[in-house]
Design a protein. Structure first.
Lengths: 391, 391
């Protein structure tokens, strides 16, 4: 196991109606002037935004708001939020929404107290501090409610890039599974796929003998396999929603990724797709991840066989472990299809003519140096081949 | 899933030789006057204590020390530590040792800034604050390095009782698996048993549909089953030690116990044994836990069958699930024997004549009200029967 540090000081409040206590938690953690950041649509229509405001009012907390976050959140709104926070002397950013809203909130929270351009963080600068961030999560997917990470798309070139740092761990996060019960099946399935992808990026390691984190990852994957179809069949199933919500947080707070190399090539390859086509990140991952696996599995057949046996319930073919490895990937793909995810470029609305440009951008764009991936290093040529296998 | 809050803000530093950075972390987290608290023996002999002192000296930190913590740590030394901390205006308690040393440090850290008797916390008062606590862990077992819990034995009556509260979460914990390589096999096995017991106390739940935490617990148990025999056979195995060490923290920081009822009757029943005979807590648990399971499994046969199939690799007997449940308990017992743990009163050095007094104390002693246990409520009569089954 590699040496590591792990620090996850977010205060989690989990359960039905806990969002009505948002004001109490903002106050407990020192906020006095609050930016409420959100997307729009259901957060407004469902009355959630009003409930959150009422909760802040109850505690006598001043607040302003900025809506309009889109999936694959953009830099333009981040700049707007930073300007607003500075003007209004905001000291607490409260995100009400999913991963996009939380990621945009993180960018605003860091950018507000940073002298330079916030985009510096998305080109590799470590986020040491930010305004305190609270989250009220409305979709189990990105894990941003417990992670030190954020992904933003720069409208100047449509680069989609991630930033990380201790300043990005939310101060508190409210997880109410009931808020996710109104999600359409497609969005729910995208979230399930994203959670599984966070686990699998960590599973594709070159670090030997990491049984404890292997087992934790496998346990969370098995949870998703059990709960995913239940919630697609019955969106109102609170218990299934609750299990997925906690699994989504655990999948990405890195308690199951410590001390081991990780991959993240699938995320990088997908980011080009959602940057260009504005498709849902989870849907993009459903197409990309099995394709990457098929491209890289020969690097460590036994790791893929382990995944196939322990997670996908395959019988081990002791005479030909490669068959088992491939059967596991096949079952993963079949699972994704069963919950309504796309399998190829056409279903995603992607176009093969963009492959050369996307592959180039994935390995060379905005600060990269010709390769991506921690499991094996993938070149531009490799990525072209992977994209082509999805057509 | 039940509503819950989860807050685990300990900064973990994991890996070889990280204890030489102790001074740096004390300083980062605001300590200036440090009590180094430890047991004795190996911490001194191995030179670890001197290395820790050198690390504090390097950062210019004033320190004093208090050794002499024994397994099943006693109230007398806690009172002594509180007096020393007050006299010397200590503002940081640094525990160097295992669970007993950490638990004693927690009691001192809370007691120093509390107006009343520190024992109040061990009779149910929630620990809201304490002096900041750092730990340098030397045995993977109690999980106290990441937990909000502490167990102390009151010499006035030999009551062994637990306390809990957010003030008890260590500020930082240094986990160096290499420090555990010199542990004798018996102590290592006691630690393995304690870790498994922390997981199983959480597994024995009445909360329905808690797949995510079931799977996390099962994953950590599978880790112990894989790594336990490896480390008993080869005490120098760093990788096995590392996996066990992280599993031990995860087993008890409650990320896998949230949102579900838990049991803890085995711990309570064992505490009487180690209070009376001063046996190792893990050894006591090895005798108690399978006996409790055999006594309570009919309350939820399918839960025990699930444990048997998923963790112990039993084949499900669909015609007679009870057989599967019992086979799981049998394999658990066989595993404990295989790593050198005792199976009965005689091997533990316990005496059947003490059973009535221990059973009485378990359910009535020092603040209890006639029952223990979250899975099923156990009365004095039940506990007599359980103890008798161990003779």
């Amino acid at each position: 196991m590699d040496n590591f540090t792990f620090y996850a000081p977010t205060y989690f409040v989990f359960g039905k109606d806990q969002e009505d206590e948002a004001g109490k938690y903002v106050k407990r953690f020192g906020g006095t002037r609050v930016l409420i950041h959100y997307g729009g649509g259901s957060v407004v229509r469902s009355g959630l935004l009003d409930r959150v405001k009422a909760s802040l009012d109850k505690e006598g907390l001043w607040h302003t708001e900025l809506g309009g976050v889109k999936p694959n959140p953009r830099s333009g709104l981040v700049y707007e939020g930073i300007e607003l926070c500075r003007k209004e002397k905001v000291d607490f950013v409260l995100a009400v929404g999913g991963g996009s809203t939380i990621d945009s909130s993180k960018a605003i929270a860091a950018g507000t107290i940073y002298d330079g351009d916030f985009w510096d963080f998305y080109q590799g600068k470590f986020v040491e501090k930010a305004l305190p961030i609270g989250t009220i999560l409305t979709i189990a997917a990105a894990g941003s409610e417990g992670s030190p990470d954020s992904v933003i798309t720069n409208e100047n070139g449509m680069f989609k890039r991630g930033a990380t740092g201790e300043g990005f761990r939310p101060t508190f996060s409210i997880l109410d599974p009931a808020l996710t019960q109104t999600l359409p099946p497609y969005q729910t399935a995208c979230g399930i796929t994203d959670i599984m992808a966070h686990l699998l990026e960590r599973y594709l390691t070159n670090t030997k003998e990491v049984e404890v984190t292997d087992r934790l990852i496998e346990g969370l994957l098995l949870t998703m396999i059990h709960e995913g179809p239940r919630v697609i069949a019955d969106p109102d199933n609170y218990e299934a929603r609750a299990n997925i919500m906690w699994a989504g947080m655990m999948a990405h707070n890195n308690s199951c990724g410590v001390g081991r190399s990780q991959d993240w090539s699938s995320h990088n390859i997908e980011h080009e797709l959602s940057a260009v086509y504005d498709c849902a990140h989870g849907a993009g991952l459903a197409v990309v991840f099995p394709a990457v696996m098929e491209y890289v599995y020969t690097h460590d057949v036994m790791r893929f066989a382990q995944l196939a046996v322990r997670v996908w319930g395959c019988s081990m073919d002791f005479a030909d472990p490669e068959k088992t490895a491939l059967e596991g990937i096949r079952r993963f793909r079949a699972f994704l299809v069963s919950i309504g995810m796309p399998q190829n470029f056409a279903e995603l609305g992607a176009d093969a003519k963009d492959i050369p440009a996307m592959a180039k951008c994935a390995v060379w764009g905005d600060g990269r140096s010709g390769h991506i991936g921690g499991f094996i290093q993938l070149s531009e040529e490799d990525i072209v081949k992977i994209y082509r296998s999805m057509v």
